[in-house]
Design a protein around this ligand. Sequence first.
Ligand code: ADE
Ligand code: ZN
Length: 319
Amino acid sequence: MWPSAELHVHIEGTLEVPLLLRLAERNAVELVSSDPEVLQRRYAFDSLQSFLDLYYENLAVLRTEQDFYELCSAYLERAARAGVRHAEIFFDPQSHTERGVPLGTVVFGLSRAIGEAQERWGMTASLILCLLRHLGGEAASDMIRAALPFRRHFVGVGLDSSELGFPPSLFQEAFAIAAAEGLHRVAHAGEEGGPDYVWEALDLLGVERVDHGNRALEDAELMAVLRERRIPLTVCPLSNLALKTAPDELADHALPVMLDEGLLASVHSDDPAYFGGYLDDNIAALRAAGVLTEEQFGVLAANSIVSSFASAERKAELL
Ligand code: ADE
Ligand code: ZN
């Protein structure tokens, strides 16, 4: 197992069914069923939106600081077993504040788990605050302003949720506020949206990394820019299969082409509880598909570390 950095994981997407059930009971939240098999069977999707509908429904069980702490601790423990030595973890504050959960509750719970990561699992970790596209640009700007008092708890800002119809151009103000605060900037782009979404993320939001980016391969000029500027792509193979944003067979996934084209691509898990696996499961599935050499797996792991926002010292330690 190569030491790796996990750069594309949504903490709300690590909510496994047993924890979902436990939190629902603790917080008296009614689920559609109390049968774990029934709940697990709902984890089948035909598009990004079909997944997001369930993801937002389930995260309603997260209510207290302790809930967020337990969710994040469980993820970090599992990630350490997957060979993750550094994690940059997305969280969706608007999905919680909209339900009346204060931002501090979310941030303090997640931060407490992250603060223990080094001692418990020998891992470094940090948070990236993601803005929800489907709530629009104004809500995103309001969210980032409201989060500034918690600035020391996160290292960057990201953009996620429903992609089509919500292009990066709508979020320029929010990303300008983040840039002025010295926050790192990343965005989901080219998952369902076309290359134009990736162009906008680069040109209008100034992102340093593109999450997914699969559809960038449709535009040769864009690929040249990504290659020359060494813009990382955080690729999520099992997510792409589950959401049908890539061909049905992993053997036909774009990842080998990305590497052959000299792009700085790395492998990540996105929403592992929903898509059938953590970082090690994604690597195992790629290995089983037989389209990458052992040397290329080493390159993907090194790319993940190089693409991270970890300090130069930490990167040197991990490479
Ligand atoms: N939120 C959680 N997972 C996501 C994904 N794969 N794409 C967009 N938004 C998300
Ligand atoms: Zn994602």
